[in-house]
Design a protein around this ligand. Structure first.
Ligand SMILES: Nc1nc2c(ncn2[C@@H]2O[C@H](COP(=O)(O)OP(=O)(O)OP(=O)(O)O)[C@@H](O)[C@H]2O)c(=O)[nH]1
Ligand SMILES: [Mg+2]
Ligand SMILES: [Zn+2]
Length: 336
């Protein structure tokens, strides 16, 4: 197989499923596979200098967990170079992933904890939490926000289902996040509240939705752009949990420009590559205090005397609930 550069095209991966990649080329959809060269990248474990040789290759069966091509990736591919004429999908092949502007990452939710790019090249992360059901999980929300911070991607908080009785701590959280300069958009897809504000926030940008299953991400997207007509499902009345209606990541173009990646609710969202003593840097209101504690940069801000961050919590410069999230996430990070 020879690669003729004249047939090389460029586009953005907007959907993928089981080794098949859908590439948007100026509105045209091209279905591709990936070259074996890229596939090899896929089988490498993360670089760990302590375990040489770190280029040990994993077996093929593990291909599904980590993928060298992410939604949002700009890729170069060759079209129909294999056989004469047939529209064989396998003859379109992604050869190269162009350098990423940024990447929202997590560790694969299995034993090996490989690096996994959720979405690449995003302008903002939309972190969603419901006013009531499923039970609002602020630690999870703070994990998403830290994730965005780690990737240096701005984040917006969206509260959904404002038509339902809002938990007091969610009401408090709205004020807290605003006080540390996060934009918070309160919405109800059912009553049409905040939908215009949400549309304005996502138009003309590339956004990535994150949030637990059932919080109403897809429903809000439908309310924003009804022609999408995406499938949503009922929340289980007994458990209050959604049923994972969105089963794969997919990017949708927006009428006024821009696009948004809808994701299946993610519970596993372990922080990638974050050392315990770096975590406070990912909490934007804590970051300025890092290094000013009595024990300097080595302070974990939990039990240490003379901790500037604990002091800032006491004086109200850091919201209590954010600090509680920090301590919980720190404990999880140490266990990794
Ligand atoms: N009361 C109320 N219910 C809502 C609202 N938005 C969504 N729901 C309900 O919440 C349930 C889950 O909505 P989805 O949009 O599928 O949630 P999701 O976040 O996309 O879930 P996954 O795709 O599983 O990640 C559905 O039964 C919706 O009808 C809202 O504003 N108010
Ligand atoms: Mg969904
Ligand atoms: Zn400290």
């Amino acid at each position: 197989m020879s690669v003729n550069t004249e047939t090389t095209n460029q586009g953005i991966v907007y959907k993928k499923s089981l080794g098949t990649y859908f590439v948007n080329v100026n509105g045209r959809s091209v279905v591709c596979s990936i070259s074996s060269k890229l596939r090899k990248v896929l089988m490498l474990p993360p670089r760990d200098p302590k375990s040489l040789p770190y280029f040990k290759v994993y077996e093929v069966a593990e291909i599904k967990t980590v993928d060298p091509v992410a939604i949002g990736d700009e890729v170069r591919f060759v079209e129909g170079i294999n056989d004469g004429g047939s529209a064989d999908v396998r003859s379109n092949m992604i050869m190269e992933v162009l350098p990423r502007r940024n990447a929202l990452m997590r560790l694969s939710p299995d034993q090996r904890k490989l690096k996994q790019v959720v979405v690449a090249n995003v302008d903002q992360v939309i972190a969603v939490v419901a006013a009531a059901k499923p039970v609002p999980d602020l630690v999870m929300l703070d994990r998403f926000l830290a994730m965005a911070e780690a990737a240096d991607i701005p984040a917006v908080v969206v509260i959904t289902k404002a038509d339902q009785k809002m938990k007091d701590y969610v009401q408090q959280a709205i004020d807290d996040y605003r006080s540390i300069d996060y934009r918070v958009i309160v919405t109800s897809a059912v009553e049409g509240v905040g939908v215009d504000e949400f549309r304005e926030a996502i138009t003309g940008r590339m956004s990535a939705f994150v949030g637990l299953s059932g919080v109403g991400k897809t429903t809000l997207l439908n309310a924003t752009q009804p022609e999408l007509g995406l499938r949503v499902n009922e929340v289980n009345k007994r458990t209050g949990e959604g049923r994972h209606t969105t089963t794969h990541l997919e990017m949708f173009s927006l009428e006024g420009g821009g696009a948004i990646v809808d994701t299946p609710g993610m519970r596993e969202f372990a922080l990638w590559d974050v050392q315990g003593n770096e975590l406070a840097l990912l909490f934007r209101e804590m970051a300025p205090f890092v290094g000013t504690c009595k024990f300097g940069a080595g302070c974990q801000h939990v039990h240490e005397p003379g901790c500037a961050i604990k002091k800032a919590v006491e004086t109200g410069h850091i919201p209590d609930s954010r600090y509680r999230s920090y301590v919980k996430i720190l404990a999880m990070t140490d266990n990794d």
